[in-house]
Design a protein around this ligand. Sequence first.
Ligand code: ZN
Length: 65
Amino acid sequence: MFSVHCPDHGCEVLLSERRIRGLVATPAGMRLDWECWCGHRGSLLTGRSTVPATAAMVGQHRPAV
Ligand SMILES: [Zn+2]
């Protein structure tokens, strides 16, 4: 689980790994693309070169929903 700020919600929202839509390596670190429960999409810069194994696995396995 991780929390992001969703503009549509107007507050911090707790998302599960299933809401991760992608992981992109950038010079500043890993960028995590997420999709909120409400459908809003955003990205989160982790600032680290490594991410939890579970997140990486979800990034490769895209849910049908
Ligand atoms: Zn939202």
